[in-house]
Design a protein around this ligand. Sequence first.
Ligand code: DMJ
Length: 453
Amino acid sequence: MRWILCFALVLTFSSAALRCSAQAIHLSDNPGPMARQVRGEFLYAWNAYKQYAWGHDELKPLSKSFKDWYGTSLYMTPVDALDTLVLMGLNDEADKAREAITKNLSFDQDIEVKNFEITIRLLGGLLSSYQLTGDKKLLALADDLGTRLLPAFNSPTGMPYMFVNLKTGKTRGAESNPAEIGTLLLEFGTLSKLTGKPVYYDKAKRALTELYNRRSKIGLVGSTINVETGAWIDPTSHISGGIDSYYEYLLKSWLLFGDKDCEKMWKTSVQAIHKYLADSTKNGLWYAQVDMNTGKKISTHFGALDAFFPAVLARAGELESARRLEESAYKMWTTFGIEPEEIDYKTMKIASPGYPLRPEIIESAYYLSFYTKDARYTEMGSTFLLSLVRFCKTDSGYAALKNVETREKNDSMESFFLAETLKYLYLIYAPRETLDLNKVVFNTEAHPLRKTW
Ligand code: DMJ
């Protein structure tokens, strides 16, 4: 075993970072056979990215080519994957990726980007990698990116527009959703703490609070809201994509920053979720779609994205509900051999058939494994690994599935496969002390953030 900052000694780092890292993150030279296997699969996918897509945003594994989200590269995969490389102890690869990022990545580009995606993947990735390596160039990149994203918050309500131009600051997209509005405080808040500039924390906290203040009388939020008028456009409430990580950030912002407002907002919100969305059926515990104003049920769909919630419940100490919901999500995975994007849990029929290599169910298995030490979750982990290798592995990296029943592949390996899916799978098997979940908060893209301030 060796402390992670032994690795970082070759870089520059602060003594504060050294102390905090030593308490929270601990690398292992010999992480055990299953962790080594996951690391092998990670390297396989990473090497394919390097061979066919190096310097670009993403690998296209079937055409052996690449995709850049905005026509020019923002180094999406290397930035998203860098802290996984560090955590897995792949030091040479991490050094090369870090050097490529700090040498080539520039945000001074005339492109209109999605504030949410760029924040969780790039800002989150740069900040966690800075904390892990102490490389100040990563923090400088994060600070520059944060400054360029700030105009997104210049709406009459303070809730951000969906898109912002990184060069001109021009914004677009007044119709947004709770996830895109409320999944920013961990990254912007950490940036404030690390740079000493309060503006980042203040803007993201105001956005979160303005959204929370528009909850219904029964404490729920809807799916779509206008950030200029503050009026709800779609009142459907759920914990699925489009709302999911708003709840996650209420809890985690309280935990990372000790923010009492976030504690209160989380506690009120989770009560309403349990009261109006939880649905115990003969197929297990699920969470439904309801009207935010009346609580009346609209539909019984459950998505792969919803499987983030057992992790959040486990982190909040609600282990029983977390265990039950993870069993439901696992049933969704095992019924089809691999997880479809969405099912109707009343009939257990597929509503949306793709599998874009998502991490959420694996993330929840990791949290439950950490908090319960129950072998059930390492068993789940081996099922996930087997399915991934069997159905998604190609001769050049891993591919998403268009359809989990026909197993037809899609020419896509999103950066979250390396940032999240394989990181959480590795952590299920790595020695428990590799990362102390009580001292580290993962952003919604699996970038570990620590209170090093
Ligand atoms: C990731 O970008 C993040 O986990 C986000 O919160 C939801 N979608 C993907 C993974 O499924």
